[in-house]
Write a protein that binds this ligand. Sequence first.
Ligand code: T6T
Length: 325
Amino acid sequence: MRTARIVGTAIGAVVVLAGCGGGQVAGENPSGDGGNKQLVLVPGVQNEPFYISMQCGAEEEARNAGYTLQTNAPAKFDATLQEPIVTALAANKPAGLLIAPTDDVAMTEPIKQVKAQGVVVVEVDTALQDTSVAVSTVTSNNEQGGRLAAQTIAQLTAGKSGTVLILDTIAGTSTTNARAKGFEDELKKFPSLKSGGVEFTQNEPDQAASKVTAALAAKPDLIGIFATNLNTGEGAATGLRNANKIGAVNLVGFDASPTEVEGLKAGEFQGLIAQDPATIGREGVKQAVAQIEGKSVQRNIEAPLVAITKENMTANEKYFYKTNC
Ligand code: T6T
């Protein structure tokens, strides 16, 4: 896989990413159904700005390509709720499925079954461990994003020593697990900063808030928190607010939801690593359509990441997530 290129310093850095590795493969529509122009997007969860922004990009690209795109998302980020949505596709098979698997193992069988019925599968955002299922995977370089977050915390703490807590979501979420790993690896380069370990929040803001409350009590030298996604970041900010620790502990989050952006403005977050979900949606549709139409397909595509702080937020407004298209 081609390595991501980082432009600039940690704070304000944009990771410029393009198609990476895997090469181009000749597309082939396994269904052989040239007339089917239906695509389905199955995000990780409903009503969440990251996936809404992805849906906006996907819908725009589908319209341009002359396809329809229907979105069907589970009420929670939970494989037991996502599985029946995937299985139900058998009744009205789309030509292509764009999916963010909520578990990198548990979702393998249901997705494989849909694929076996001739549906083209593209992963958007999260991915399965089994790389043989999807024809293309479009995602941020999540490990690199974690590293960028560690560099951002190191820059914010400027040599002061202390412990940094990492809040991951759920074991089996490929993206956030990679962010936590990248963060821990990069943190080792900064001897003044000690890892306080990885805590899982189950993608629930309340659990993130409680983990922060507990860490504040157990680790008096807590100097920073890395929250690996939107819900976790929003919950961590609540935890700090409840303890009157806003600003005393540096909070770097992932994503750029309206609440996180407001939090950055208000000084609750010191940094956000924003993704480009609309590009992920657009590229996902392009790859699915290419495969359906027998054109060449890129196996792995990386979308941009950007480290946003209060200072550079105006220049990076285009990365803020949407709540409608
Ligand atoms: O951070 C995104 C996404 O990339 C991740 O896979 C799951 O959480 C989000 O949807 C944000 O809530």
